[in-house]
Write a protein that binds this ligand. Structure first.
Ligand code: C5P
Length: 234
């Protein structure tokens, strides 16, 4: 699996997104871009098509979770948008994940990479136990959901860089780990609690790092992106 740096384009309009992406025009390496709910709900499919037209790879981070039939049909629509990676909640169970894969697969057999969110990092033990009535340790639940994703035939999971090594141990070296929570050693952590530098994420075996504010809020976003690539990919 090719290692890459994915920039989280967490903007609320096409205007802001393109003002940001314009800075990267002419660079040898086209950044892989993550479009999340905020931007997709603001601008719809046209933002995906335009970013694709500019030659970027796209991770469409919409975290689907619904009955299998609805997820299957929705994934077929996303697949036609020609994204490179998309995701869902493993909590939708194995039949939902299998249906998603079916919907995502194009008539020629190709499909975007499909990864699962296990438990959101915002869900702590207390809320998992009290609100969801899941009384296993969070770490075990994360690994179990990763294993379910593998059983359903998915390509990998979103996880903290700290979990990437264990996920590979349990689900195999080819099982893709996409890890947010990345910060430069001399940078601001923001609201992320458990963070790693791009170099550490590389060492621990992450396949893709998702980096937002360390690049989008940097004085020189292109330099910050190049630094991520130098630490993580090169
Ligand atoms: O700005 P920052 O680098 O913290 O952005 C990280 C990106 O990864 C955001 O788009 C955030 O929503 C996403 N993410 C995360 N933690 C997760 C799952 C996704 O930070 N557990």
């Amino acid at each position: 699996m090719g290692k890459d740096v994915i920039i989280a384009c967490d903007f609320d309009s096409a205007e802001k997104t393109f003002a940001f992406l314009d800075r990267f025009e002419g660079l040898d390496r086209k950044p892989f871009v993550k479009i999340g709910m905020e931007l997709y709900y603001a601008e719809g499919p046209s933002i995906v098509k335009e970013i694709k037209r500019r030659g970027h790879k796209i991770f469409l981070d919409l975290k689907l979770h619904d009955i299998p039939n609805t997820v299957k049909k929705s994934m077929a629509v996303l697949s036609r948008l020609d994204v490179d990676m998309t995701n869902l909640h493993a909590g939708g169970t194995i039949p939902m994940m299998e249906a998603a894969l079916e919907g995502l697969t194009r008539p020629d057999g190709t499909r975007p990479i499909l990864i699962a969110v296990t438990q959101l990092t915002s869900t702590d033990q207390e809320h998992m136990t009290k609100d969801l009535l899941i009384d296993h340790p969070v770490a075990d639940v994360v690994m179990h959901y990763a294993s379910n994703a593998k059983t359903a035939g998915l390509d990998g999971v979103v996880c903290s860089p700290l979990e990437a090594g264990k996920v590979h141990e349990r689900c195999g070296a080819d099982f893709v780990t996409v890890t947010p929570g990345v910060r430069f050693a001399d940078g601001d952590k923001g609201d992320q609690k458990r963070v790693m530098t791009p170099a550490e994420a590389k060492k621990i075996g992450s396949d893709y790092i998702v980096v937002g504010r360390p690049i989008t809020a940097a004085e020189d976003p292109v330099a910050a992106y190049n630094r991520c690539v130098a630490e993580f990919v090169d």
